[in-house]
Design a protein. Structure first.
Length: 66
């Protein structure tokens, strides 16, 4: 999951949680919003950790040409 996808999930979850007042039988939209925000937050943390890990690794020096 990329950082952009995580931000979209967080935004969609926040909209469902705080802005939608429609009631649907069998589905609690506020709970769905919270779930989307949690999944988006976890994806954002994982994405940032992977980027930080990639930047901290060093490449071996290039081989010497004869």
């Amino acid at each position: 999951m990329t950082i952009g996808t995580s931000l979209i999930l967080i935004a969609a979850g926040a909209i469902l949680r705080y802005a939608v007042t429609v009631h649907v039988d069998g589905v609690d939209l506020q709970t769905v919003g919270v779930i989307l925000m949690v999944v988006g937050g976890a994806g954002l943390i994982i994405g940032l950790a992977l980027i930080a890990r990639d930047r901290s690794t060093t490449l071996p020096p290039p081989p010497n040409e004869p």
